[in-house]
Design a protein around this ligand. Structure first.
Ligand code: HEM
Length: 209
């Protein structure tokens, strides 16, 4: 039988996911404050980039998990997980802007245009902004379910751009193992959606015939 938490259990689960998702952030704060990082800029940029990608993958995994397990309640965690992807993306971008460019926007812009892997990362980040801004119940109502859903399909573009950004960065070092692994994860998470939507279209064609 599918696990179906009571409202109290669900609230506890949400609180646990909220707290666990903050652990990487607190780890970074602690490592920085206790002066344990040899190259803090590089470490923080990489760790926040990694966690943005992890949360994007976890958020994309919610729908397949719900379909495979019939745990409908996991949908109630999706918004929080998506917002954590945005939270780590903001930290990632801020680290870059702060430590790489000391908040010099003109310099940052030059860098964004000059280095293709940063152009791609920046595009992914910009596309995440409308998703975060429209994540409230009020915005869902204001936009209407259908339009909101279409807008939030932008995440299907953001995740592959994140992979391309990662791939391009690692290409300079000829080290593709992690971009390939995450590329396959994103491909599977998007591929299963294409498969299900085709199966649904085929079933409705059969029903109509
Ligand atoms: C959705 C958006 C983004 C995702 C998913 C993402 C993800 C990543 C990942 C996974 C890495 C590699 C970490 C590692 O080596 O383990 C990385 C590195 C990096 N990212 Fe992003 N990123 C995003 C947006 C951005 C933006 C907006 C910028 C700056 C404008 C940026 C700048 C960088 C830089 C400079 C590095 C390399 C640091 C180094 O060479 O050590 N990224 N990013």
């Amino acid at each position: 039988m599918a696990f179906n938490p009571t409202p109290r259990q669900l609230a506890a689960l949400k609180a646990a996911v909220f707290a666990l998702s903050l652990l990487p952030f607190f780890k970074l704060v602690w490592l920085t404050a206790s002066d344990q990082l040899v190259e803090p800029l590089q470490y923080i940029t990489r760790a926040t980039g990694d966690w943005t990608l992890y949360f994007l993958c976890i958020t994309l995994a919610v729908t397949p998990l719900r379909r495979l397990t019939k745990w409908n309640w996991v949908l109630k965690l999706r918004r929080m997980l998506g917002l954590y992807a945005f939270f780590y993306a903001v930290l990632h971008f801020t680290t870059f802007l702060w430590f790489d460019h000391f908040f010099d926007l003109a310099e940052m812009w030059k860098d964004v245009l000059k280095r293709p892997f940063i152009t791609v990362g920046f595009t992914a980040f910009v596309l995440l902004i409308p998703l975060a801004l429209t994540s409230t119940n009020g915005m869902v109502r204001r936009l209407g379910g259908k339009r909101w859903q279409w807008l939030h399909r932008l995440v299907y573009v953001v995740a592959p751009l994140g992979i391309l950004h990662f791939w391009w960065m690692k290409a300079a070092k000829h080290d593709f193992s992690q971009p390939i692994l995450f590329g396959l994860i994103v491909l599977a998470l998007l591929g299963v959606r294409v498969y299900w939507s085709r199966a649904k279209a085929a079933a409705s064609t059969r029903a109509a015939a």
